[in-house]
Ligand binder design. Structure first.
Ligand code: CO
Length: 138
């Protein structure tokens, strides 16, 4: 497992209205914000706010079964939704984490994330209340 974990790729914030959030980051903070990207497989529309050392992902629900709808029901103003760690080998990381007793969400097979890389999510109860995304970055 040594050297498997890389950088913090992004921190994701769920927002109730992506256009309002983009405007706040762009105009209020003067941030560079990407074009919105619909990810139907994940039930979200995302943008990335670029920083020198990492990115902030702003998430808005997409579709009726969006996994972040219940989060926004509990946090109507929005809030921190997950943090994404880079790994060099996502299947090795998954197998290692499972052997260590951590739960991988969904069917356990990586999906394609916003950057076109394989991603997995780990159960927040196994990570001290925070949903963890793993993204494979070679
Ligand atoms: Co993410």
């Amino acid at each position: 497992m040594s050297n498997m974990l890389g950088r913090v790729n992004h921190i994701a914030l769920a927002v109730p209205d992506l256009a309002v959030a983009v405007e706040r980051y762009r105009t209020g903070l003067g941030a560079t914000v990407s074009v919105p990207q619909a990810l139907p497989e994940h039930g979200v529309t995302v943008v990335f706010v670029q920083f020198d050392n990492t990115k902030i992902e702003l998430l808005e629900p997409l579709g009726k079964t969006s996994p972040i709808a219940s989060f926004l029901a509990k946090n109507p103003d929005g809030g921190m939704h997950h943090i994404c760690y880079e790994v060099t080998d996502i299947l090795a990381a998954r197998d290692h984490l499972r052997a260590a007793g951590a739960r991988v969400l969904g069917d356990g097979n990586p999906k394609t994330g916003a950057h076109g890389n394989p991603v997995l999510f780990l159960h927040p109860k196994d990570f001290f209340g925070t949903l963890i995304e793993l993204e494979e970055v070679k």
